[in-house]
Design a binder for this molecule. Structure first.
Ligand code: GDP
Length: 835
């Protein structure tokens, strides 16, 4: 059938014509169809004519030309119409392009979204799978239990197990097991009633499943766009959380000396794990329960963009008076002098000579006491304070503690020797501390003395003495003859004048501990050198980690005094514990303040040690020990008369050792060698080295019994030498002293012309006139020298045997008391053995 067949129309003809119509009953008929023909207008110039009744066009339709419009007008209009058309076409194109771009954008977004969604879905699926597995395992276990229980009560319950694995799929992971169980019980009951109940139940579950699967399901199931957006936003914030916070809120973090990692995180309001991570990046492997020091913590705080505020000291210690002294309150103070130099160049002899010379010229009968420092007055009237612990070890350990007490260093160089290693060390220490030096060229009395060589030697170490037209004063002296001592003292006084040393005696005292020890009778005793202000009886003070109230002050002559001004050394009684050499003493107002500061310092020090241990020592030591497991260790115990010596020895010990052997100081302390020391030594197989101390009676007995070796020394150099030799396995026979007897002082008499004489009982061995003697008080050596007399009744004798009484007097020493012990020793060749 043609297009026209059976259809009346459809007047597509453009002109009138005939259309053949066919009908179903077989008849056909031709009909005439007349159609209106659309008129095509071709604009052309010339008079408008034949304008038929065209289809009514739009207003601007050129086909409609209202009467009375000129050709020119027409043309203009046509042009306008054309222009409009062109514009329209342009706009359409632009619109289309825009639409296309929009469509593309949409497409891209869709793809992006899908990709993201896919990712999340995968993640969620992984999580879900994990959760499901866990839950399934749990549920199975429960189901098992349930099956067993149910099997007892109802045979139908056997159907339940099949149910159990389904439960977790229904989002059970988050549900508490109890609930699941009760549900299952309900289900079981339903099951027992009818099958439909179960089906319904499944249906309910299926609903829940759908929800979960909608969140994490496969294929076409999708979450709502809003949910997805929320999730993305959460993820983004989580990822950036740290930075966002840091930018948003900069916190002032209060930072004490040490801090526990988790507490640091807390104060920064950061996650502890992030802090640990940041520490790891810095190479510190710590957990959040470990303590780190303030410097490290500060780095971390900066890393997180916060501000660190160091508190600690400032908080508790601000009660300590730190006001600047007014110029009008300042007065001159004596210089504090330390004597340094190589061993055996005469430091001790010089100190003794200076002191003795002064005592003789001072008040009659004045007895010097070893308190770690003493004062002398020069002929010109200047007062000088000498620190009585010679050697740079003490000087260094004081400085290490932050107490720079020395104003002037006297460098002793023996004229018969040269500049030696320790001379150089002393020079370096003085330079490091920026303390001016005076060179004492000692032993000038010796025929072999060559002071000029000393001067030229010193040039090599940039010490240019005045005799070499430099600015370092040099004095030739002899500790033995006393030659040049006055000039030395005047040189020191002159140097002090140049330094213009000033202090304010009106303020609360500030001082440094020179020595400290636990005295059996008097409790903790510390020699304090007052550096500024005046220390008075009754003052409340804090010193290092200790505190106290001045009960008594005793000067270097053993006299009780009520106060001590700047540069005056005094023994202070009334401490609650023994401080360390180099600790700083500050007078505060109340006991509560003193106690608070001391407590704070103690805990801070403890934390600091712990921090140091955690961060370095412990791990590093372990690593080291592993790395060089074949290095032998020589353990030792050190006991000394004063803190300064103990520290000097420990420092010297630390320097000993090579690739094969190392010295380890297990323990060091001040005072007599006790049972505890012997016990520790026995446990570690270590010898005990006593420097100017002795073992008490019971320690001596147990050492003998346990086979612990105790060695006594009175010269640090000898001790160091012995340990060195032991460490290198080179213990050779050498001249060493040994004890030949002990005597106990019963009474002390004053004999005119002789001085103080001790009435003694020889308790062990023999007392020999020619032997060396030491005076021991509380098992601590307080003097070493020779005897002036050894009397049996009225007669001078050579020897007194054990069990007999005798009279003894020391050469140049008078501070003897009943109860003191005299040790008699001789030097002889001994086979040395150590450890
Ligand atoms: P230190 O190790 O530096 O303390 O030296 P010492 O003071 O113990 O002296 C070491 C040795 O040198 C001792 O035997 C002293 O008697 C001796 N000695 C010290 N000063 C002089 C001196 O001026 N002249 C002489 N001839 N010997 C001295």
């Amino acid at each position: 059938m043609s297009d026209t067949d059976g259809k009346k129309t459809l007047g597509l003809g453009t002109r009138s014509g005939q259309v053949k119509q066919s009908f179903s009953h077989g008849r056909t008929k031709n009909v005439l169809v007349e159609t209106k023909r659309k008129r095509v207008v071709v604009p052309k110039p010339g008079p408008a004519g034949g304008a038929g009744a065209g289809k009514a066009g739009p207003v601007g339709d050129p086909s409609r030309r209202p009467a009375g419009i000129s050709d020119a007008e027409m043309e203009r209009r046509l042009k306008a119409v054309q222009a409009a058309k062109a514009r329209e076409a342009d706009e359409t194109a632009a619109r289309e392009a825009e639409a296309r771009a929009r469509e593309e954008e949409r497409q891209r977004k869709r793809e992006e979204m899908e990709a993201k969604e896919r990712e999340e879905r995968e993640l969620a699926e992984a999580q879900k799978r994990k959760a499901e597995e866990e839950a399934r395992a749990k549920a199975e276990a429960e189901a098992e239990a349930a099956r067993e229980a149910a099997a007892k009560s109802s045979p139908a319950a056997a159907a339940a197990p099949g149910e159990a694995p389904a439960a977790p799929r229904g989002g059970a992971p988050a549900r508490p097991p109890v609930q699941r169980k009760s549900e299952r019980e309900r289900e079981e009951r339903g099951d027992n009633r009818n099958g439909k109940g179960r089906a319904g139940d499944e249906g309910r579950r299926a609903g829940k499943l759908t929800l979960n699967e909608a969140l994490a399901g496969e294929g076409g199931r999708q979450r709502s766009l809003a949910a997805m957006k929320r999730k993305q936003e959460r993820a983004r914030q989580k990822a950036m959380g740290m930075n966002v916070k840091a930018e948003k809120q900069v916190r002032d973090v209060q930072l004490p000396e040490t801090i526990i990692v988790s507490e640091l995180a807390n104060r920064m309001a950061e996650r502890a794990a992030d802090v640990v991570k940041s520490l790891m990046k810095m190479g510190m492997m710590v957990t959040m329960n470990q303590t780190i020091d303030a410097d490290t913590a500060e780095l971390v705080i900066e890393e997180f963009g916060h501000r660190a505020t160091r508190v600690s000291e400032a908080d508790v210690e601000q009660v300590i008076d730190t006001v600047e002294d007014k110029a009008e309150d300042l007065v001159s103070r004596p210089p504090v002098v330390t004597i340094m130099g190589h061993v055996d160049h005469g430091k001790t002899s010089l100190l003794d000579a200076i002191r003795k010379a002064n005592v003789v010229s001072g008040e009659a009968g004045g007895i010097t006491q070893h308190i770690g420092a003493y004062q002398v007055t020069t002929e010109s009237g200047a007062v000088l304070t000498f620190l009585d612990t010679p050697g740079h070890a003490a000087f260094t350990s004081m400085r290490a503690r932050g107490a720079q007490v020395t104003d002037i260093v006297v460098l002793v160089v023996a004229a018969d020797d040269a500049v030696m290693p320790q001379t150089i060390e002393a020079i370096n220490h003085a330079k490091a501390a920026k303390v001016p030096m005076i060179v004492a060229i000692n032993k000038i009395d010796k025929p072999s003395a060559n002071p000029q060589k000393v001067r030229t030697d010193l040039l090599q170490h940039e010490v240019v003495v005045e005799a070499m037209s430099g600015d370092v004063q040099d004095v030739e002296v002899s500790a033995t003859t006393g030659q040049g001592l006055d000039q030395l003292l005047e040189a020191i006084a002159l140097q002090a004048e140049i330094l213009e040393l000033k202090a304010n005696p009106k303020r609360a005292a500030l001082g440094a501990v020179i020595e400290a020890q636990l005295d059996v009778g008097r409790g903790p005793v510390a020699t304090v050198l007052v550096q500024n202000g005046t220390l008075r009886k009754g003052d409340i003070f804090v010193v290092g980690e200790q505190w106290g109230k001045v009960r008594a002050l005793q000067n270097d002559r053993g006299e009780r005094v009520d106060e001590a001004g700047p540069s005056v050394p005094v023994e202070v009684l009334g401490l609650n514990g023994t401080p360390q050499a180099g600790d700083v003493l500050n007078v505060v107002e109340t006991e509560a303040q003193a106690r608070e500061i001391a407590d704070y310092r103690e805990s801070a020090a403890k934390d600091k040690r712990a921090a140091a241990g955690a961060a370095t020592t412990l791990e590093q030591l372990m690593a080291k020990a592993k790395a060089d497991a074949n290095v032998a260790e020589l353990p030792i115990l050190v006991k000394a008369d004063v803190q300064g010596s103990a520290e000097a020895i420990v420092q010297a010990m630390e320097k000993i050792g090579n690739d094969e052997v190392r010295v380890r100081v297990l323990h060091f302390g001040v005072g007599a060698i006790t049972d505890t020391d012997v016990g520790l030594a026995e446990a570690s197989g270590a010898p005990i080295l006593g420097f100017n101390v002795r073992a008490n009676a019971s320690a001596r007995a147990s050492a003998n019994q346990k086979g612990v070796e105790i060695r006594y020394y009175s010269v640090i150099y000898d001790l160091v030498d012995d340990v060195k030799a032991a460490a290198s396995g080179l213990l050779s026979a050498e001249v060493r002293e040994h004890f030949i007897g002990y005597a106990q002082i019963k009474e002390v008499f004053k004999v005119s012309g002789v001085g103080k004489v001790a009435g003694c009982l020889v308790t062990e061995g023999v007392a020999r006139r020619s032997a060396g003697v030491r005076l021991l008080r509380d098992d601590v050596v307080i003097h070493e020298g020779t005897l002036k007399t050894l009397k049996r009744f009225k007669d001078e004798v050579k020897e007194v045997n054990s069990g007999q009484e005798c009279g003894m007097a020391f050469e140049n020493y008078e501070d003897i008391r009943p109860g003191d012990v005299i040790e008699i020793f001789e030097r002889e060749e001994v086979e040395r053995k150590l450890a």
